[in-house]
Design a protein around this ligand. Structure first.
Ligand SMILES: [Zn+2]
Length: 350
């Protein structure tokens, strides 16, 4: 399996390219939710920081298109997809108290899912070792039968299914968004071929994700929930990685690591109560890439989920991109590297 993916598409590699493909489109701004916390300003902040830091240059070009309905319907009930399309076409509104649909939202969500699919293809084809999808709306709360919690289509789940369709025997989804990835859990509850590990504040929306929710049938044990107390910071997350996440990824031996990368566990985030730092997210990314290097040729596809303080979000995304580009190096200009980060490096390398 691993060899099949490593052999292909080397012709696309360029000597001086950065390692990580970034998938972004201005159409992500068209899902205009106004003053909602999940608004286009999140992507604008990331885009501004990418420009300011020069991190955009020299990357592999990964074109993408709206996800084919057949790919979306690997995860979502066709009746939900059709109903959402009709809801948007009629002008939209609210799917629930939190989830806004605009006339453009169906197409934008389809494009976000398509970016995830293209990212998986690019990584499996060797175009880039890693990819980061910087689109919106987020996806991990969207269940097979309904959108909720700002999410319309579950792009991470659709990405995992794309990898399965491409021949990956097993996919591991690591969800470090501060909220439980309930939609992803529902999608793969009875599946052994897609493993979900979600770290989340508990209690918090959506209320699921207790440690005893472990999957069912052949999927028993392939859902791993790590609820963390409000106020948890870098040390708690790194402890959970060392105790549970990294061993679980080793045990699963996936062909691809998908990360539902939300940044709302950041200390500055207004929607939750965690204390993860920007450097802490870099440390989590470093751990993830290290274990991916051990088990799946370093192949990682990250998809943006939450993160509602634009400045903290943008800084954290940059920190993760830098780690994805050069996981063995300390971030440039980072003279006050956190102790957590040093601990992470000493635990994972060797
Ligand atoms: Zn979240």
């Amino acid at each position: 399996m691993t060899d099949q993916f490593d052999d292909s598409a080397r012709a696309n590699a360029r000597a001086e390219r950065r390692g990580t493909a970034l998938l972004w489109s201005p159409r992500a701004l068209e899902h205009d939710t106004g003053g909602h916390p999940e608004n286009p300003g999140r992507i604008r902040a990331i885009d501004a920081e990418l420009s300011r830091t020069g991190l955009l240059a020299g990357r592999p070009d990964v074109p993408f298109a709206p996800a084919p309905l057949a790919a979306v319907e690997r995860v979502h009930d066709p009746a939900y997809v059709a109903a959402l399309r009709e809801f948007a076409r009629r002008g939209g509104g609210r799917l629930d108290a939190d989830t806004i649909v605009r006339p453009e939202s169906f197409d934008v969500a389809l494009l976000a899912a398509g970016a995830g699919i293209a990212a998986v293809d690019a990584v499996l084809d060797g175009v880039a070792p890693r990819a980061f999808v910087l689109m919106r709306p987020p996806g991990h709360h969207a269940t097979p039968t309904r959108g909720m919690g700002f999410c319309l289509f579950n792009s991470a789940a659709i990405a995992a299914e794309q990898a399965r369709a491409r021949g990956a025997a097993r996919v591991f989804i690591l969800d470090w968004d501060v909220h439980h990835g309930n939609g992803t859990q529902d999608a793969f509850w009875e599946r052994g071929d897609v493993v979900l590990c979600s770290l989340h504040q508990w209690p918090l929306y959506p209320g699921t994700g207790a440690a005893d929710e472990r999957g069912a049938g052949v999927g028993r044990g392939a859902t791993i929930n790590i609820p963390l107390s409000p106020g948890s910071g870098d040390a708690a997350y790194l402890d959970a990685f060392a105790a549970t996440v990294v061993p679980a990824i080793h045990a699963a031996r996936p062909d691809l690591l998908v990360i539902s990368a939300g940044f709302d566990a950041h200390a500055a985030d207004p929607l939750a109560n965690m204390r993860v730092t920007t450097e802490g997210f870099a440390a989590l990314a470093r751990q993830a890439v290290a274990v991916a290097n051990d088990v799946c040729g370093g192949r990682v596809v990250a998809l943006l989920e939450g993160g509602y303080d634009p400045e903290a979000l943008a800084a954290s995304v940059m920190a993760v991109i830098r780690v994805f580009d050069a996981p063995g190096e300390a971030p440039p200009g980072n003279d006050d590297k956190s102790r957590g980060e040093n601990a992470a490096r000493s635990e994972t390398s060797a």
